[in-house]
Design a protein. Structure first.
Length: 315
């Protein structure tokens, strides 16, 4: 467990609600089934989700690590096995996947009701990270920056290995502010999936890949969503008020029936730099090999680099 230097409560969100549709043909060839990618063991002895739990728990106690999953996922015995040891009340079930903004907000309203002023760290469940201890040390720095009120939201930025047009890009200020935490710089632009030519220019200009691992105060993020997407905020505020009551299930069902899919990166993060009163920052993560395993090519490329083949769970 990483040593903490303050008494602020920290909670985590593990995003495991996606269907991994782009990888489904690859997973089907290997497993002969439709198991979503985050529950698949591609390498080592654990699935990507189990790797994420182990990584996140270096910083967050298990009873404050909230995992959002899809209801349909629970039809797989392997999913139920992987979730069976999670502490009670920390597995949050979405009726359907409505993209990453609802995927962040549903567990956020759960944890914010229990820990109103906590610091929150978001962990996607489909990332490969080689130097996990180094990476989590940088997550700790991001938390400190938020807790010291140096930024409302800090994204971990990865130094690009190539101009990949499928990633999001953070364009930080050239120099950190005088009072900034180690390496934290204000983000002046956020560009989601910019295209190859634009990605090349962004990399030349010092932009970072967005890892989507981020730290923020729960209250600050909810206020941001209220300003940028008041309809979305209203839906989840109604859910928050219903939590723990007899109307909780119906509130979630009604909200998700009426929700349009919303991407957190392109429809929330991209709009933050235009809000002059809101500060989004990037923390560059040097010396860490990171890959978002959203495509067959990325997985096979990393495995070739490591001299390994997929080692799949028997389901």
């Amino acid at each position: 467990m990483i040593h903490r230097v303050n008494s602020t409560v920290r909670c985590g969100i593990v995003l495991a609600g996606g269907e991994g549709k782009r990888l489904q043909p690859f997973v089907h060839r290997l497993l002969k089934g439709g198991l979503p990618k985050q529950y698949v063991n591609f390498i080592g002895k654990r699935s990507m989700l189990e790797h994420t739990f182990d990584r996140a728990e270096k910083l967050i106690p298990p009873d404050r690590l909230f995992t959002v999953v899809g209801r349909a996922h629970l039809g797989f015995p392997e999913v139920r096995r992987q979730l069976s040891c999670r502490p009670e009340g920390t597995v949050i079930i979405q009726p359907v996947n409505k993209e990453t903004a609802p995927g962040v907000l549903l567990p956020l309203v759960h944890l914010s009701k229990r820990f109103p002023d906590c610091t929150v760290i978001v962990f996607p469940s489909d990332h490969f990270i080689l130097e996990e201890d180094v990476f989590m040390g940088d997550v700790e720095l991001a938390c400190r920056a938020v807790e010291q009120n140096l930024s409302e939201l800090v994204l971990l930025g990865i130094e690009p290995r190539a101009p990949d047009p499928e990633y999001g890009y953070l364009v930080p200020e050239r120099r950190p502010a005088e009072n900034a935490a180690q390496g934290v710089r204000k983000v002046v632009r956020f560009i989601e999936k910019p295209g190859r030519d634009s990605a090349r220019e962004l990399v030349r200009g010092g932009a970072l890949w967005n890892s989507f691992v981020m730290a923020f105060r729960a209250t600050a993020l909810l206020d941001l969503v209220r300003r940028i997407a008041p309809g979305l905020y209203g839906s989840f505020e109604r859910i928050r008020h219903a939590l723990g009551t007899a109307g909780e299930f119906d509130a979630v069902e009604e909200a998700y029936q009426n929700l349009a899919p919303m991407n957190f990166s392109s429809q929330i993060l991209e709009r933050i730099p235009s809000l002059g009163s809101w500060r989004m920052s990037a923390l560059s993560v040097p010396g860490v090999f990171w890959s978002d395993w959203g495509s067959e090519q990325r997985i096979e490329g990393v495995l070739r680099m490591l001299g390994k083949k997929p080692r799949l769970a028997q389901v």
